[in-house]
Design a protein around this ligand. Structure first.
Ligand code: HEC
Length: 157
């Protein structure tokens, strides 16, 4: 029994040396959403706090996110999350994709599917209250209205 515990501790110790590459970038991407569609400060603050770890080129890593196996778990979600939506690359999306992603943002927040509940266990500060949710969904819905005429114009061509 003591031996098993010892082995587990050794393994936990060793995996600390196998680190995933961090998702951090020192420059603001030229394709960042904020470059063309300035996000109101109140909304940006919430997105940074609750979404940007998995949906931008900049994850903020508190010490517990650097400890294995948590770091691997997070890395996996960052890779998948960025593929689904990346605010740092938002301007590279076609108008149709932009509109679709904004719609998803609203839907997923209303249904409490984002941020991921497993993420909220540890990152309790990222939980959105009703006021936060309506700020983000209103912003996403109104930006969709701004971009949508483009989409319609393009579809008509
Ligand atoms: C812990 C990481 C994590 C956090 C934090 C997070 N997401 Fe996600 N998100 C994901 C992952 C992983 C996916 C891809 C899921 C899939 O494709 O099944 C995703 C997918 C999405 C998508 C794309 C869905 C689609 O229809 O294409 C949207 C939109 C989204 N998230 C919005 C948000 C918003 C808004 C927040 C903040 C309120 C947020 N997410 C916070 C991990 C995260």
């Amino acid at each position: 029994m003591k031996k098993t515990l010892f082995i587990i501790l050794i393994v936990l110790g060793l995996i600390q040396f196998i680190r995933p590459t961090l998702n951090v970038s020192t420059v603001v991407s030229s394709n960042d959403i904020n470059r063309r569609y300035p996000v109101p400060d109140s909304v940006l603050k919430l997105l940074k706090r609750s979404c940007y770890d998995c949906h931008s080129n900049n994850t903020v890593y508190p010490w517990y996110d650097r400890v294995q196996p948590v770091a691997w778990w997070l890395q996996y979600h960052v890779n998948h999350g960025k593929r689904g939506l990346n605010f740092s690359e938002f301007l590279t999306y076609t108008p149709k994709r932009k509109v679709h992603k904004l719609q998803s943002i609203s839907d997923l927040i209303k249904s409490d599917d984002m941020p991921l509940s497993s993420y909220l266990w540890i990152h309790t500060y990222a939980k959105l209250n009703d006021g936060d949710k309506s700020l983000i969904t209103h912003w996403a819905d109104s930006l969709r209205e701004v971009i949508a005429p483009d989409t319609l114009a393009q579809a008509g061509k």
